[in-house]
Design a protein. Sequence first.
Length: 363
Amino acid sequence: MKLLRTYVLKEHLGPFLVTLSGLTAALLVGNIIKFAELVIAKGVSLVDVLRLLIYLLPSLTSFTIPMACLVSMVLAFGRLSSDYELIAMRASGVAPIRLVTPMLMVALLLSSGVLVLNDRIIPAAHLAFRKQLKTIGVKRPAAYLEAGRFIKEFVPYIIFVYQVEDRMLSDVRIYEPKTQGPMRTIIASRGEFEPTTDGRSVRLKLSEGSIDEWDPQRPGSLYKVSFGTYTMSLSADADARRQLGKKLKEMTFRELGAERGAMAAQGVDPLPIDLEIHRKIASSFATVVFVLVGLALGLGSHHHERLVIFVWVLGLFIAYYLLTVSMNAIAIKRWLPPALAMWVPNLIGLGAGGMSVWRVTRR
């Protein structure tokens, strides 16, 4: 049985490595095209661009490992099925379910590796990527307004933006902590910013939101005011601007825990931190989900169904990541707790994949 397990694992190794390399290379090519402008239009050296691509590799790899696992499962078990090797194994008394265990052990091992990537290597690589961009002088106007981190450069405000695209912001949270009394909070669905002529401040125009204003009639109390548009000027602290603050995805679990404690102590909503923590963990174990689904598709496939199977594979990729994005949006709206929202795609995948594997192996 040990020899058979080794044989099956070797059958998966080739397709896994080829798929992993191909998918990662394809994603790299997309970034190479984007970075070509740096070389052509801005005169950035090829060495600097190469560094940027190397810093991108860990995050691309963590994204492609689950995909490569799914494809390798379908290819390897599909070949064993089409060559009637699975039938021969059944005839010799080896139940297909006994081949599932080593695959799941490998999946857990790979998931642990991706978890280390997400916690240690990717945050460091992403921060190095941004430092490299800053070093070669690639800056947008008001570049310190970045998505995905608590922005503390605009004293006395603490700002969090979920998405920044050019000068447009989505889901903006602005907090004004107070040593005494309640904290003033501004929440807006959208925002737009532009630098001022002095280069040290930003004019921020917010849309469709609300402000918790201090109540002059009741000191220490707040009342909520809704607005269609609201404009404010933000001045960046000179010392803070010289530093490169970490985004949440550039923090380890330990740093995220410390940041959560610091924000909670100031009365700032720690929801973005909770989302990032659970996103890192849940995305790491997507490998187990895709291996389980790949086992079901591979064990149940036949030679004439190969094209249909790969349509399913593509559909599963898209569905999983669309569901992940949707759950993130739902958690931001507080319709579900972050821990549950980030795990919904995995729970659905584990349930569907586990049931499918059980049915296929019971035939």
